[in-house]
Design a protein around this ligand. Sequence first.
Ligand code: MN
Ligand code: MN
Length: 470
Amino acid sequence: MAKKKENIEEKLSMKKESMWLTLEKKDIDKAMKFAEDYKEFLKEVKTERESVDYFLEIAKKKGFKDISEYKELKEGDKFYIVNRGKSLALGVVGKKKDRFDLVVSHIDAPRVDIKPNPLWEDSDSSLALLKTHYYGGIKKYQWVSRPLAIHGIVYTKSGKKIKIRIGDNPGDPVFVIPDLLPHLAGKAQGDRKLFDGIRGEEMQLVVGNTPINDDDVKQKVKTQVLQYLNEKYGMVEEDFNSADLEIVPADEPRDVGFDRGLIGAYGHDDRICAYTSFRAILEVKKPTYTSISFFYDKEEIGSDGNVGAQSNFLEYVLEKAYSLMNKNYTHTEFLDVLYNSRAISADVSAAINPIFKSVHDIQNAAKAGYGVVISKYTGHGGKYGSSEATAEFMHEILSLFQKNKVPYQIAELGKVDEGGGGTIAKFFARYGLDVVDMGPGVISMHSPYEVISKMDLWSSYLAYKVFLTQ
Ligand code: MN
Ligand code: MN
Protein backbone atom coordinates (compact mmCIF):
# COMPACT_ATOMS: atom_id res chain seq x y z
CA MET A 1 0.00 0.00 0.00
CA ALA A 2 1.20 3.46 -0.83
CA LYS A 3 2.18 5.56 2.19
CA LYS A 4 -0.25 8.42 2.79
CA LYS A 5 1.31 11.66 1.59
CA GLU A 6 2.27 13.97 4.41
CA ASN A 7 0.21 17.15 4.48
CA ILE A 8 2.85 19.86 4.42
CA GLU A 9 0.40 22.57 5.38
CA GLU A 10 -0.73 20.67 8.47
CA LYS A 11 2.86 20.05 9.43
CA LEU A 12 4.05 23.64 9.21
CA SER A 13 1.04 25.89 9.85
CA MET A 14 -0.54 27.00 13.08
CA LYS A 15 -4.12 25.93 13.66
CA LYS A 16 -6.43 27.38 16.27
CA GLU A 17 -9.90 26.14 17.09
CA SER A 18 -12.70 27.21 19.39
CA MET A 19 -12.36 25.75 22.88
CA TRP A 20 -16.04 24.78 22.61
CA LEU A 21 -14.85 22.14 20.10
CA THR A 22 -11.51 21.13 21.59
CA LEU A 23 -12.40 20.81 25.27
CA GLU A 24 -13.60 17.46 26.59
CA LYS A 25 -17.14 17.26 27.91
CA LYS A 26 -15.99 16.92 31.53
CA ASP A 27 -13.88 20.07 31.22
CA ILE A 28 -16.73 22.01 29.63
CA ASP A 29 -18.85 20.97 32.64
CA LYS A 30 -16.16 22.27 35.00
CA ALA A 31 -15.96 25.52 33.04
CA MET A 32 -19.75 25.96 33.25
CA LYS A 33 -19.68 25.46 37.02
CA PHE A 34 -16.84 27.96 37.29
CA ALA A 35 -18.88 30.47 35.26
CA GLU A 36 -21.73 30.21 37.78
CA ASP A 37 -19.30 30.99 40.65
CA TYR A 38 -17.95 33.92 38.68
CA LYS A 39 -21.42 35.37 38.07
CA GLU A 40 -22.15 35.15 41.81
CA PHE A 41 -18.93 37.05 42.48
CA LEU A 42 -19.76 39.79 39.97
CA LYS A 43 -23.24 40.10 41.44
CA GLU A 44 -21.74 40.72 44.90
CA VAL A 45 -18.76 42.81 43.93
CA LYS A 46 -18.96 46.11 42.02
CA THR A 47 -16.14 48.17 43.55
CA GLU A 48 -12.46 47.77 44.46
CA ARG A 49 -13.26 47.82 48.20
CA GLU A 50 -15.88 45.12 47.76
CA SER A 51 -13.35 43.03 45.80
CA VAL A 52 -10.80 43.24 48.62
CA ASP A 53 -13.44 42.37 51.25
CA TYR A 54 -14.69 39.42 49.20
CA PHE A 55 -11.22 37.96 48.51
CA LEU A 56 -10.01 38.52 52.06
CA GLU A 57 -12.96 36.81 53.70
CA ILE A 58 -12.44 33.63 51.66
CA ALA A 59 -8.63 33.75 51.83
CA LYS A 60 -8.69 33.93 55.63
CA LYS A 61 -10.88 30.81 55.73
CA LYS A 62 -8.36 29.08 53.45
CA GLY A 63 -5.49 29.77 55.84
CA PHE A 64 -4.04 33.07 54.59
CA LYS A 65 -2.78 35.19 57.51
CA ASP A 66 -1.80 38.84 57.84
CA ILE A 67 1.94 38.92 57.15
CA SER A 68 2.50 40.78 60.43
CA GLU A 69 1.46 37.59 62.27
CA TYR A 70 4.53 35.76 60.93
CA LYS A 71 7.98 35.92 62.59
CA GLU A 72 9.39 34.00 59.63
CA LEU A 73 7.96 32.60 56.40
CA LYS A 74 8.45 28.95 55.44
CA GLU A 75 7.52 26.87 52.43
CA GLY A 76 3.73 26.58 52.13
CA ASP A 77 2.94 29.57 54.40
CA LYS A 78 0.12 31.75 53.12
CA PHE A 79 0.05 35.49 53.75
CA TYR A 80 -1.87 38.60 52.81
CA ILE A 81 -1.20 42.33 52.85
CA VAL A 82 -4.01 44.87 52.44
CA ASN A 83 -3.35 48.41 51.26
CA ARG A 84 -5.99 50.82 52.60
CA GLY A 85 -8.84 48.46 51.88
CA LYS A 86 -8.38 49.05 48.13
CA SER A 87 -5.43 46.91 47.03
CA LEU A 88 -4.40 43.46 48.14
CA ALA A 89 -1.64 40.87 47.83
CA LEU A 90 -2.17 37.14 48.53
CA GLY A 91 0.99 35.03 48.65
CA VAL A 92 2.09 31.40 49.07
CA VAL A 93 5.72 30.81 50.02
CA GLY A 94 7.75 28.56 47.71
CA LYS A 95 10.70 26.22 48.12
CA LYS A 96 13.26 28.33 46.25
CA LYS A 97 14.04 31.93 47.13
CA ASP A 98 15.70 33.33 44.02
CA ARG A 99 12.56 34.66 42.32
CA PHE A 100 8.87 35.46 42.72
CA ASP A 101 6.04 34.47 40.36
CA LEU A 102 3.38 37.17 40.26
CA VAL A 103 -0.05 37.58 38.69
CA VAL A 104 -1.18 41.18 38.79
CA SER A 105 -4.71 42.35 38.06
CA HIS A 106 -6.80 45.42 38.86
CA ILE A 107 -10.07 45.60 40.76
CA ASP A 108 -11.25 49.08 39.86
CA ALA A 109 -13.54 49.49 36.84
CA PRO A 110 -14.72 52.49 34.81
CA ARG A 111 -17.74 54.09 36.47
CA VAL A 112 -19.22 57.38 37.62
CA ASP A 113 -18.21 58.84 41.00
CA ILE A 114 -20.17 61.29 43.13
CA LYS A 115 -18.64 64.77 43.56
CA PRO A 116 -17.68 65.90 47.08
CA ASN A 117 -20.40 68.62 47.09
CA PRO A 118 -23.00 66.72 45.10
CA LEU A 119 -26.56 67.38 46.25
CA TRP A 120 -28.77 70.13 44.83
CA GLU A 121 -32.38 70.81 44.00
CA ASP A 122 -33.58 71.99 40.62
CA SER A 123 -36.74 73.89 41.42
CA ASP A 124 -37.81 74.12 37.74
CA SER A 125 -38.09 70.34 37.49
CA SER A 126 -38.74 69.76 41.20
CA LEU A 127 -36.03 67.08 41.28
CA ALA A 128 -33.08 66.47 43.60
CA LEU A 129 -29.82 65.54 41.88
CA LEU A 130 -26.28 64.44 42.65
CA LYS A 131 -23.42 65.90 40.62
CA THR A 132 -20.88 63.39 39.38
CA HIS A 133 -17.34 63.07 38.04
CA TYR A 134 -16.77 60.02 35.87
CA TYR A 135 -13.86 57.65 36.57
CA GLY A 136 -11.79 56.12 33.79
CA GLY A 137 -12.33 55.83 30.05
CA ILE A 138 -16.09 55.68 29.57
CA LYS A 139 -18.31 56.57 26.65
CA LYS A 140 -20.56 58.86 28.68
CA TYR A 141 -23.63 58.35 26.49
CA GLN A 142 -23.71 54.68 27.56
CA TRP A 143 -24.44 55.59 31.17
CA VAL A 144 -27.64 57.61 30.73
CA SER A 145 -31.24 56.37 30.98
CA ARG A 146 -30.32 53.07 32.60
CA PRO A 147 -30.77 51.80 36.16
CA LEU A 148 -27.82 52.66 38.40
CA ALA A 149 -26.82 51.74 41.95
CA ILE A 150 -24.73 53.59 44.54
CA HIS A 151 -21.91 51.73 46.32
CA GLY A 152 -19.34 53.06 48.74
CA ILE A 153 -18.53 54.27 52.20
CA VAL A 154 -19.34 57.40 54.17
CA TYR A 155 -17.90 58.53 57.48
CA THR A 156 -20.38 60.38 59.66
CA LYS A 157 -19.29 63.32 61.83
CA SER A 158 -19.05 61.00 64.83
CA GLY A 159 -16.49 58.87 62.95
CA LYS A 160 -18.81 55.99 62.17
CA LYS A 161 -18.07 54.17 58.90
CA ILE A 162 -21.25 53.50 56.92
CA LYS A 163 -21.30 51.06 54.03
CA ILE A 164 -23.72 52.14 51.34
CA ARG A 165 -25.08 49.76 48.75
CA ILE A 166 -28.40 50.63 47.22
CA GLY A 167 -29.94 49.71 43.89
CA ASP A 168 -28.98 46.03 43.50
CA ASN A 169 -31.60 44.19 45.52
CA PRO A 170 -35.01 43.53 43.91
CA GLY A 171 -36.82 45.81 46.39
CA ASP A 172 -34.30 48.67 46.16
CA PRO A 173 -34.89 51.92 44.32
CA VAL A 174 -32.40 52.67 41.53
CA PHE A 175 -31.01 55.97 40.25
CA VAL A 176 -30.80 57.38 36.75
CA ILE A 177 -28.94 59.98 34.70
CA PRO A 178 -31.72 61.17 32.37
CA ASP A 179 -31.02 61.46 28.65
CA LEU A 180 -32.98 63.88 26.46
CA LEU A 181 -36.06 62.75 24.55
CA PRO A 182 -35.42 62.43 20.78
CA HIS A 183 -38.35 64.77 20.05
CA LEU A 184 -36.41 67.73 21.45
CA ALA A 185 -32.83 66.54 20.99
CA GLY A 186 -32.32 67.76 17.41
CA LYS A 187 -30.52 71.00 18.29
CA ALA A 188 -29.37 70.30 21.85
CA GLN A 189 -27.64 67.01 20.96
CA GLY A 190 -28.11 66.28 17.26
CA ASP A 191 -25.17 68.37 16.04
CA ARG A 192 -22.75 67.04 18.62
CA LYS A 193 -20.27 64.27 17.86
CA LEU A 194 -21.05 60.87 19.39
CA PHE A 195 -18.51 61.07 22.24
CA ASP A 196 -19.81 64.55 23.07
CA GLY A 197 -23.47 63.44 23.10
CA ILE A 198 -23.45 63.59 26.88
CA ARG A 199 -20.93 65.87 28.62
CA GLY A 200 -19.29 65.48 32.02
CA GLU A 201 -21.39 68.14 33.76
CA GLU A 202 -24.55 66.72 32.18
CA MET A 203 -24.08 63.46 34.04
CA GLN A 204 -26.28 64.15 37.02
CA LEU A 205 -28.07 61.51 38.98
CA VAL A 206 -31.76 61.89 39.83
CA VAL A 207 -32.25 60.98 43.49
CA GLY A 208 -35.58 62.49 44.59
CA ASN A 209 -38.87 64.18 43.77
CA THR A 210 -40.87 64.35 47.03
CA PRO A 211 -40.93 67.76 48.75
CA ILE A 212 -40.82 67.80 52.54
CA ASN A 213 -44.08 69.03 53.99
CA ASP A 214 -42.71 72.00 55.95
CA ASP A 215 -43.42 75.68 55.12
CA ASP A 216 -40.19 76.84 56.79
CA VAL A 217 -38.03 74.78 54.41
CA LYS A 218 -36.88 76.52 51.21
CA GLN A 219 -35.35 73.57 49.31
CA LYS A 220 -38.04 71.05 49.99
CA VAL A 221 -36.99 68.17 47.69
CA LYS A 222 -33.32 68.37 48.62
CA THR A 223 -34.20 68.50 52.32
CA GLN A 224 -36.41 65.45 51.96
CA VAL A 225 -33.44 63.54 50.48
CA LEU A 226 -31.21 64.72 53.37
CA GLN A 227 -33.90 63.67 55.81
CA TYR A 228 -33.92 60.18 54.26
CA LEU A 229 -30.10 59.92 54.38
CA ASN A 230 -30.12 61.06 57.99
CA GLU A 231 -32.75 58.57 59.08
CA LYS A 232 -31.27 55.66 57.12
CA TYR A 233 -27.52 56.26 57.55
CA GLY A 234 -27.15 58.98 60.20
CA MET A 235 -25.61 61.24 57.53
CA VAL A 236 -25.68 65.01 57.13
CA GLU A 237 -24.84 66.89 53.89
CA GLU A 238 -21.26 67.60 54.98
CA ASP A 239 -20.51 63.86 55.17
CA PHE A 240 -20.47 63.73 51.36
CA ASN A 241 -17.23 65.77 51.53
CA SER A 242 -15.07 62.82 52.60
CA ALA A 243 -17.02 59.91 51.13
CA ASP A 244 -15.97 57.28 48.56
CA LEU A 245 -19.23 56.92 46.60
CA GLU A 246 -19.43 55.20 43.24
CA ILE A 247 -22.29 54.91 40.78
CA VAL A 248 -22.37 51.51 39.08
CA PRO A 249 -24.85 49.68 36.83
CA ALA A 250 -27.69 48.10 38.80
CA ASP A 251 -27.91 45.09 36.46
CA GLU A 252 -26.97 41.55 37.39
CA PRO A 253 -24.60 39.34 35.39
CA ARG A 254 -26.58 37.22 32.91
CA ASP A 255 -25.90 34.50 30.36
CA VAL A 256 -25.90 35.89 26.83
CA GLY A 257 -27.05 33.94 23.79
CA PHE A 258 -29.43 31.02 23.16
CA ASP A 259 -26.55 28.66 23.96
CA ARG A 260 -25.57 30.56 27.15
CA GLY A 261 -21.98 30.62 25.91
CA LEU A 262 -21.28 34.21 26.95
CA ILE A 263 -21.69 36.32 30.10
CA GLY A 264 -22.88 39.92 30.04
CA ALA A 265 -21.98 41.96 33.12
CA TYR A 266 -20.53 45.16 34.48
CA GLY A 267 -16.84 45.04 35.42
CA HIS A 268 -15.34 42.08 33.54
CA ASP A 269 -12.43 44.50 33.01
CA ASP A 270 -10.63 43.54 35.12
CA ARG A 271 -12.49 41.55 37.73
CA ILE A 272 -12.45 38.53 35.43
CA CYS A 273 -8.66 38.46 35.80
CA ALA A 274 -8.89 39.29 39.50
CA TYR A 275 -11.37 36.48 40.15
CA THR A 276 -9.53 33.86 38.08
CA SER A 277 -6.14 34.72 39.62
CA PHE A 278 -7.77 34.72 43.06
CA ARG A 279 -9.19 31.23 42.49
CA ALA A 280 -5.79 30.17 41.15
CA ILE A 281 -3.78 31.37 44.18
CA LEU A 282 -6.22 29.55 46.49
CA GLU A 283 -5.10 26.30 44.88
CA VAL A 284 -1.38 26.90 45.21
CA LYS A 285 0.05 24.58 47.87
CA LYS A 286 3.85 24.30 47.75
CA PRO A 287 5.11 26.14 44.68
CA THR A 288 8.72 26.08 43.55
CA TYR A 289 8.94 29.87 43.84
CA THR A 290 6.85 32.14 46.05
CA SER A 291 3.63 32.91 44.19
CA ILE A 292 1.68 36.12 44.75
CA SER A 293 -1.54 37.44 43.26
CA PHE A 294 -1.78 41.24 43.38
CA PHE A 295 -5.05 43.13 43.08
CA TYR A 296 -4.68 46.84 42.42
CA ASP A 297 -6.90 49.89 42.45
CA LYS A 298 -6.57 52.95 40.17
CA GLU A 299 -5.50 51.16 36.96
CA GLU A 300 -8.30 52.79 35.00
CA ILE A 301 -6.94 56.27 35.77
CA GLY A 302 -3.27 55.58 35.17
CA SER A 303 -2.24 53.51 38.22
CA ASP A 304 -1.26 56.67 40.14
CA GLY A 305 -1.74 57.13 43.87
CA ASN A 306 -0.86 55.06 46.93
CA VAL A 307 -3.15 52.15 46.00
CA GLY A 308 -2.17 52.01 42.32
CA ALA A 309 0.45 49.89 40.57
CA GLN A 310 2.84 52.84 40.34
CA SER A 311 3.06 53.02 44.15
CA ASN A 312 5.77 51.05 45.93
CA PHE A 313 3.25 48.43 47.14
CA LEU A 314 4.95 45.75 45.00
CA GLU A 315 8.35 46.46 46.52
CA TYR A 316 6.81 46.74 49.98
CA VAL A 317 5.11 43.34 49.75
CA LEU A 318 8.04 41.53 48.14
CA GLU A 319 10.72 42.92 50.45
CA LYS A 320 8.55 42.29 53.50
CA ALA A 321 8.01 38.67 52.41
CA TYR A 322 11.66 38.22 51.41
CA SER A 323 12.94 39.56 54.73
CA LEU A 324 10.78 37.00 56.56
CA MET A 325 12.12 34.21 54.32
CA ASN A 326 15.78 35.20 54.74
CA LYS A 327 16.84 36.55 58.11
CA ASN A 328 20.21 37.92 56.96
CA TYR A 329 19.44 39.19 53.49
CA THR A 330 21.07 42.16 51.84
CA HIS A 331 19.20 44.72 49.73
CA THR A 332 21.37 43.88 46.70
CA GLU A 333 20.34 40.27 47.04
CA PHE A 334 16.72 41.33 47.13
CA LEU A 335 17.18 43.47 43.99
CA ASP A 336 18.54 40.38 42.22
CA VAL A 337 15.46 38.41 43.24
CA LEU A 338 13.23 41.20 41.91
CA TYR A 339 15.19 41.28 38.67
CA ASN A 340 14.84 37.49 38.22
CA SER A 341 11.12 37.42 38.95
CA ARG A 342 8.31 36.64 36.51
CA ALA A 343 4.97 38.40 36.24
CA ILE A 344 1.74 38.13 34.32
CA SER A 345 0.00 41.44 33.84
CA ALA A 346 -3.49 39.96 34.07
CA ASP A 347 -5.71 42.33 32.14
CA VAL A 348 -8.35 41.93 29.49
CA SER A 349 -7.94 42.35 25.74
CA ALA A 350 -10.47 43.24 23.06
CA ALA A 351 -12.34 40.36 21.41
CA ILE A 352 -13.53 40.97 17.85
CA ASN A 353 -16.81 42.86 17.77
CA PRO A 354 -18.51 41.54 14.59
CA ILE A 355 -20.19 44.90 13.94
CA PHE A 356 -16.96 46.91 14.00
CA LYS A 357 -14.40 44.50 12.59
CA SER A 358 -12.55 47.25 10.74
CA VAL A 359 -10.68 48.32 13.90
CA HIS A 360 -8.86 44.99 14.07
CA ASP A 361 -6.24 43.21 12.03
CA ILE A 362 -8.27 40.00 12.13
CA GLN A 363 -5.19 37.80 11.85
CA ASN A 364 -3.88 39.38 15.03
CA ALA A 365 -7.15 39.82 16.90
CA ALA A 366 -8.75 37.82 19.71
CA LYS A 367 -11.78 35.61 19.10
CA ALA A 368 -14.35 34.89 21.78
CA GLY A 369 -13.99 31.28 22.91
CA TYR A 370 -10.45 30.75 21.64
CA GLY A 371 -8.79 31.03 25.03
CA VAL A 372 -6.84 33.51 27.11
CA VAL A 373 -5.19 36.23 25.02
CA ILE A 374 -1.44 36.68 25.34
CA SER A 375 -0.19 40.06 24.14
CA LYS A 376 3.54 40.36 23.56
CA TYR A 377 3.09 44.12 23.83
CA THR A 378 0.29 46.66 24.32
CA GLY A 379 0.55 50.44 23.90
CA HIS A 380 -0.46 52.45 20.84
CA GLY A 381 0.81 53.24 17.32
CA GLY A 382 4.51 52.36 17.17
CA LYS A 383 4.29 50.38 20.42
CA TYR A 384 4.44 53.59 22.50
CA GLY A 385 3.82 53.11 26.22
CA SER A 386 4.30 49.38 26.04
CA SER A 387 6.40 46.91 27.95
CA GLU A 388 7.24 44.29 25.36
CA ALA A 389 7.92 40.76 26.55
CA THR A 390 11.19 39.32 25.23
CA ALA A 391 11.22 36.38 22.83
CA GLU A 392 12.86 34.38 25.62
CA PHE A 393 10.08 35.05 28.10
CA MET A 394 7.32 34.57 25.50
CA HIS A 395 8.86 31.21 24.61
CA GLU A 396 9.10 30.22 28.27
CA ILE A 397 5.40 31.04 28.84
CA LEU A 398 4.12 29.43 25.63
CA SER A 399 6.11 26.26 26.34
CA LEU A 400 4.69 26.13 29.85
CA PHE A 401 1.14 26.39 28.48
CA GLN A 402 1.72 23.85 25.71
CA LYS A 403 3.14 21.39 28.22
CA ASN A 404 0.15 21.87 30.53
CA LYS A 405 -2.48 21.98 27.77
CA VAL A 406 -3.67 25.52 28.48
CA PRO A 407 -5.57 26.82 25.43
CA TYR A 408 -4.41 30.33 24.47
CA GLN A 409 -4.35 32.75 21.55
CA ILE A 410 -1.88 35.48 20.65
CA ALA A 411 -3.34 38.86 19.72
CA GLU A 412 -3.01 42.62 19.64
CA LEU A 413 -5.70 45.05 20.75
CA GLY A 414 -6.44 46.59 17.34
CA LYS A 415 -4.96 47.83 14.08
CA VAL A 416 -1.56 49.51 14.34
CA ASP A 417 -2.79 53.09 13.90
CA GLU A 418 -6.30 52.58 15.27
CA GLY A 419 -5.78 53.52 18.93
CA GLY A 420 -4.54 51.39 21.77
CA GLY A 421 -4.29 50.97 25.49
CA GLY A 422 -1.80 50.31 28.25
CA THR A 423 -1.67 48.02 31.25
CA ILE A 424 0.33 47.88 34.46
CA ALA A 425 3.00 45.67 32.82
CA LYS A 426 5.33 48.63 32.27
CA PHE A 427 5.22 49.67 35.93
CA PHE A 428 6.32 46.21 37.03
CA ALA A 429 8.93 46.02 34.28
CA ARG A 430 10.74 48.93 35.99
CA TYR A 431 12.14 46.42 38.48
CA GLY A 432 13.80 44.48 35.69
CA LEU A 433 11.51 41.46 35.98
CA ASP A 434 9.95 39.66 33.03
CA VAL A 435 6.31 40.51 32.44
CA VAL A 436 3.73 39.68 29.79
CA ASP A 437 0.11 40.77 29.28
CA MET A 438 -2.51 38.07 29.49
CA GLY A 439 -6.28 37.99 29.93
CA PRO A 440 -9.54 37.10 28.20
CA GLY A 441 -10.96 39.06 25.29
CA VAL A 442 -13.90 41.34 26.11
CA ILE A 443 -16.59 42.65 23.76
CA SER A 444 -17.80 46.22 24.49
CA MET A 445 -15.01 46.81 27.01
CA HIS A 446 -15.57 49.75 29.42
CA SER A 447 -19.30 49.76 28.73
CA PRO A 448 -21.81 49.20 31.54
CA TYR A 449 -22.48 45.75 30.07
CA GLU A 450 -19.34 44.01 28.86
CA VAL A 451 -19.46 40.54 27.28
CA ILE A 452 -17.02 37.62 27.64
CA SER A 453 -16.98 33.95 26.60
CA LYS A 454 -17.22 31.32 29.32
CA MET A 455 -14.39 29.45 27.58
CA ASP A 456 -12.04 32.42 27.89
CA LEU A 457 -12.94 32.74 31.56
CA TRP A 458 -11.96 29.09 32.08
CA SER A 459 -8.80 29.36 30.03
CA SER A 460 -7.65 32.43 32.01
CA TYR A 461 -8.10 30.53 35.25
CA LEU A 462 -6.09 27.57 33.88
CA ALA A 463 -3.32 29.87 32.64
CA TYR A 464 -2.90 31.73 35.95
CA LYS A 465 -3.07 28.47 37.91
CA VAL A 466 -0.37 26.79 35.84
CA PHE A 467 1.85 29.87 36.14
CA LEU A 468 1.39 30.23 39.91
CA THR A 469 1.78 26.54 40.72
CA GLN A 470 4.87 25.93 38.54
MN1 MN B 1 -8.10 46.51 32.49
MN1 MN C 1 -9.86 49.09 31.46
